[in-house]
Design a protein around this ligand. Structure first.
Ligand SMILES: *Cc1c(COP(=O)(O)O)cnc(C)c1O
Ligand code: SF4
Length: 413
């Protein structure tokens, strides 16, 4: 475990609930015991034997080992994948690619030969990424414009987005924050949070803090605990939310120790970024269950991506699968127009078709809210298929999920 150096003024107030040394030790031992009896999937075992013959099963289940052994260049990727021309061209033609990082765990889910596999397309760069399309921008949501202090985006009246790190364990090619996460540097450091914390403290209208990045759960335990305790110490902060993809790309990170830190800061919510039903492995199920068992309500966020999940059947499988993992689908995002995203974007009509294909056809809990994050900083705008068919006198004509028309006696004033 990395030791965090806290200077005097960063020492959190004594009212915050830190877990005791004894508890940390006990959970640490439990984590080690868990690892000793790991039942790795045949997929993982085969992958380890093929690509990391020197690694033990315990190495594999250590999130730090996973981070250390992530693939970070196209050259490294070529060890695991038979790269297609489109995947090799960024290396041949452009030196300065956006950052690459894929954990060995996630690599083990990728198809060695099929460059069209959805998970592979979401993580492995292709030459299309370097073609700027109409209306694309490096900061399409104008987050910098709504940033009163570094690392805070304050766009809505009662809540803020707090970007606590620029680091992710795996970089999605379509990432909205690629202009920020791009550095693949280590974490911004807890000292850099001070202006943001002060801003939140000085704005009593902020009752909800959404901790995001980068990926907050890639930070060491003491940093996470320090951050959450600082936020909890602010009286008007009612709820804390964490946005993360870690449970899907680095499920080994969800240790008992981490979960026991998180559960001390309720009400705490976690939104997990999922892309495709192939991500729903037994490892991910266990990670989600640990979080849910700690009383943390779990939501999901998914970006609609062409050729990856822009299909009713795929999306239904993902949303229903998430419910089985006790994750409630929250948002389906229209892909933001970041630079080089044209090959990922679908028409908005596609998103509406997907919602039309879910609503009524499956559990209401499995239907996320479809939103477009308005370019220029307008925030999330919800879109719904139009279920109205005009009026007939005092009656509003409504179309149900099967396309049948029903009449509702509606008053006009
Ligand atoms: C998405 C987002 C939020 C949170 O929005 P909710 O609809 O409350 O989940 C807050 N701030 C910013 C800048 C956001 O992009
Ligand atoms: S996990 Fe989130 S912040 Fe990180 S690269 Fe993917 S979309 Fe971007």
């Amino acid at each position: 475990m990395t030791k965090v150096e806290l200077s005097e003024e960063e020492e959190p107030p004594s009212t915050t609930r830190f877990i005791s040394e004894e508890e940390i030790l006990r959970e640490y031992i439990q984590d080690r015991l868990d690892r000793d009896k790991t039942n790795l999937s045949p997929r993982s075992i085969e992958f380890i034997q093929r690509y990391f013959p020197e690694a033990t099963e315990k190495d594999w289940t250590s999130w730090r080992w996973q981070l250390k052994n992530s693939a970070k260049t196209i050259g490294e990727l070529s060890r695991f994948l038979n790269l297609s021309d489109n995947e090799i061209r960024p290396a041949l033609e452009i030196n300065n690619t956006l950052p690459i990082r894929i954990t060995p765990y996630y690599l083990s889910l990728l198809d060695r030969d099929n460059a069209e596999q959805p998970l592979r397309k979401s993580m492995v760069p292709v030459i299309d990424e370097f073609v700027a399309g109409t209306g694309e921008a490096s900061d399409p949501l104008s987050e910098e414009h709504d940033s009163p202090v570094p690392n805070i985006v304050h766009r809505y009246p009662d809540r803020v987005l707090f970007l606590v790190t620029g680091f992710c364990s795996s970089y999605c090619r379509y990432c909205t924050r690629s202009h920020m996460v791009a550095k693949d540097k280590c974490h911004v450091g807890i000292k850099a949070w001070e202006p943001a914390l002060q801003y939140i403290r000085q704005h009593p209208e902020i009752r909800d803090v959404l901790v995001s990045g980068g990926d907050p759960l890639t930070m060491p335990d003491p940093h996470i605990e320090y951050l959450l305790s600082r936020l909890r110490a602010i009286e008007h902060v009612e709820i804390i939310r964490i946005g993360t993809k870690v449970p899907a790309v680095l499920p080994q990170r969800i240790t008992r120790t981490l979960v026991n830190i998180l559960r001390k800061f309720h009400p705490l919510f976690i939104s997990i970024h999922f892309t495709h039903p192939d991500e729903l492995t037994p490892e991910v199920k266990e990670a989600c269950e640990r979080l849910a068992n700690a009383g943390i309500p779990l939501g999901s966020q998914t970006v609609l991506l062409r050729g990856i999940n822009d299909d009713v059947a795929v999306m239904k499988k993902l949303m229903q699968g998430l419910l089985k993992f006790r994750v409630r689908p929250y948002y389906l995002y229209q892909c933001d127009p970041i630079l080089g995203s044209a090959h990922f974007r679908t028409p908005v009509e596609k998103g509406l078709d997907i919602i039309r294909g879910l609503r009524g056809h499956t559990t209401g809990y499995a239907v996320p809210q479809y939103v477009v994050d308005a370019p220029g900083g307008g925030g999330k705008i919800p879109l719904l298929p139009d279920y109205t068919e005009g009026r007939d006198g005092d009656f509003l004509l409504l179309k149900n999920y099967q396309g049948k028309i029903f009449r509702y006696p509606d008053f006009t004033e």
